[in-house]
Design a protein. Structure first.
Length: 445
């Protein structure tokens, strides 16, 4: 990649502005201001914060916040513009129309076929064994009963359950992933998300370790990072502990790496980060829209400093997915991540979804900082092609957001964009080598 000089950065945070011209002094300013912040979760926030890490779908549709000067009419316009432009240009790019009937329809592509039981399989042995840095298990928090993580489902029900009918849903690889949700499927998604926190989700019951590993085997995924999300619930908010324990009991540690999550607003976040890191959790998931925080909030800066000292990689949900409540859009704009990258140059930061529907701005941000990595899940084939051309495939990380979607959707996009002559090394770098650079311990496991 070509990286430009780090110029002065004007950042608006918590109602004051800071011109960063000397990054060494900038953190001192942030640290001083952080002492004037409160980091205690409000009672009102606990229900507002519940959500699924992949899509940022919340149990509450409104956060009660309004008139935020950090989220403008131009920001709203740009999101609408992205949606309209994507729909207008889908199928008109380098790869033409990429529309299939369900995940099983991907068997039309040369790398895939259907097994006797109808399961989609990547049969091409020339496809590198991949490392998925963005996966989850079935969510249950608050009052929902625990998911039996060791149960073997008859069929995994992805949250975009595109194979739930004989014909399958319309699956377009040239739109952002959640653009494939119809209004009917979005309603089902919202109800499933509510069920994850209250009475239990029939979708989540199938999103188990055996279900995940069967799909990994079918899609030539060698290893997956499992990312919990700390929602701020007053109880049942222990996905980090439950998922790590479940992976250990299943004896799946050679194939699955359990990450961790802490809540940035919690007084115990640094202690929890330290404790989990001490037992091997080198990746922490932070989700601005679900956890309702600005990444450049001064109160959160000590958490990043601790992560940097511990060698923990921060995985952010990055950008607006567009299906979360509008009151949460404000937290995930790309410009809010810049202070983290600028002030902590030794902290490795994964920007999930490559900025989602704010992909262009997130790519520009990532090109300026050599501690920024782009998780590419969700982007269309046309957008992924642009990202590859701009980066030559450097610091791009393969991820699937399982069980939100079938792993084959993300894999198909990478294979399409790296089929051109001369891109064999880029394919291998995206699917595995970049992850091995960031997590070298995987190469010795």
């Amino acid at each position: 990649m070509q990286y430009g000089p780090r110029k002065g950065i004007q950042i608006d945070a918590a109602g004051y502005r800071l011109q960063i011209t000397d990054q060494r002094n900038a953190f001192g300013y942030y640290s001083a201001m952080a002492k004037r912040q409160t980091s205690v979760l409000s009672r009102r926030r606990f229900i507002q914060s519940a959500g699924f890490a992949g899509g940022g779908v919340l149990l509450a549709a409104c956060s009660g916040e309004s008139g935020d000067p950090r989220y403008t009419a131009d920001d709203r316009f740009r999101l609408q513009q992205q949606r309209e432009q994507e729909q207008a240009e889908a199928g008109r790019g380098l790869y033409g129309p990429q529309v299939y009937r369900g995940y099983r329809g991907l068997a039309e592509l040369p790398w895939f076929s259907l097994a006797d039981d109808g399961m989609l399989v990547c049969h091409d042995e020339q496809v590198p064994r991949s490392i998925d840095v963005h996966a989850h298990l079935g969510i249950s928090v608050l009052m929902a009963p625990d998911v039996d993580l060791h149960a073997k489902p008859a069929r995994v029900r992805h949250l975009l359950d595109c194979d739930d009918s004989e014909g399958g849903c319309t699956l377009d690889l040239d739109v952002y992933a959640n653009g494939n949700f119809t209004e009917e499927r979005l309603r089902a998604l919202r109800w499933s998300t509510i069920a994850q926190g209250l009475w239990g989700s029939s979708f989540a019951e199938t999103q188990t370790i055996p279900g995940l590993m069967d799909e990994m085997d079918a899609m030539r995924v060698e290893h997956a990072f499992i990312l919990p999300i700390k929602t701020g619930m007053p109880f049942g908010d222990d996905l980090t502990e439950r998922w790590r324990r479940g992976i250990s009991v299943a004896g799946a540690g050679r194939r699955l790496t359990a990450g961790q999550s802490v809540h940035p607003h919690s007084d115990s976040s640094i202690a929890e980060l330290r404790e989990h890191a001490g037992t091997g959790a080198r990746l922490v998931k932070l989700h601005p829209t679900v956890q309702s925080f600005y990444p450049d909030d001064p109160a959160v800066m000590p958490l990043y400093e601790e992560a940097q000292q511990l060698g923990v990689v921060v995985f952010f949900h990055g950008g607006r997915a567009g299906i979360e409540p509008e009151s949460r859009h404000r937290y995930a704009l790309p410009r809010h991540y810049e202070a983290v990258l600028a002030n902590f140059p030794n902290l490795q930061v994964i920007l999930g979804h490559a900025g989602a529907r704010d992909g262009e701005a997130m790519l520009e941000l990532a090109l300026r900082y050599d501690n920024a990595w782009l998780g590419i899940h969700g982007q269309s084939v046309s957008r992924l092609e642009d990202i590859i051309r701009r980066t030559n495939g450097e610091r791009l990380l393969f991820g699937t957001d399982w069980p939100f979607y079938h792993m084959g959707m993300s894999l198909a996009k990478v294979l399409l964009c790296t089929e051109q002559p001369g891109r064999k090394d880029i394919r291998e770098n995206i699917l595995r080598n970049n992850a091995l650079t960031l997590f070298p311990e995987l190469g010795t496991a």
